[in-house]
Design a protein around this ligand. Sequence first.
Ligand SMILES: Nc1ncnc2c1ncn2[C@@H]1O[C@H](COP(=O)(O)OP(=O)(O)OP(=O)(O)O)[C@@H](O)[C@H]1O
Ligand SMILES: [Mg+2]
Length: 158
Amino acid sequence: MAPHPATSEFVVMTDAPEATRSLAARLAAAAQPGDLLCLIGDLGAGKTQFAKGFAAGLGIEDVVASPTFVLMAEYAGWLPLFHLDLYRLADASDALAGGLLDERQLAGVTLVEWAERLGEALPTARLDVVIDGTGDEPRRIALRTDDAGYRRYLEAAA
Ligand SMILES: Nc1ncnc2c1ncn2[C@@H]1O[C@H](COP(=O)(O)OP(=O)(O)OP(=O)(O)O)[C@@H](O)[C@H]1O
Ligand SMILES: [Mg+2]
């Protein structure tokens, strides 16, 4: 996704999965109810590693894995965490049929892997976490938003 002219962006490099997890844990300190974070990157980029770190930052002790057999997994932390993976979604409109952000999710934070599958259906009020790199490469993690209310995540990363 090319940055929009009004987009705020902050880039962090990580050289190990632990570094991606600790970045995500720091960002979780900025979380507010109703937030939407879109995790974008190739297979093996580190989207689930980010989700694990973010969950730890919310005080969640459960093991966070990709919600392979359910569309959405829910965890209880100091804010509830909703973790979605749209990779296997046949038709992205399925995800929206029930509403990407239903009333329950407004009380917590929603992390969506492969969120770009929803294209134009994604709300503007969101943080994109765009991860470049796979395998043993360092990861370039760009935090991007077009919504001023989400800049607190960029500040938390700085
Ligand atoms: N800097 C890094 N940040 C994150 N993960 C890294 C990093 N370096 C190596 N890795 C490794 O890359 C893999 C990332 O896997 P992960 O499941 O998080 O990817 P994913 O983006 O969720 O993939 P998928 O699209 O299959 O869900 C892990 O095996 C992790 O150990
Ligand atoms: Mg994953």
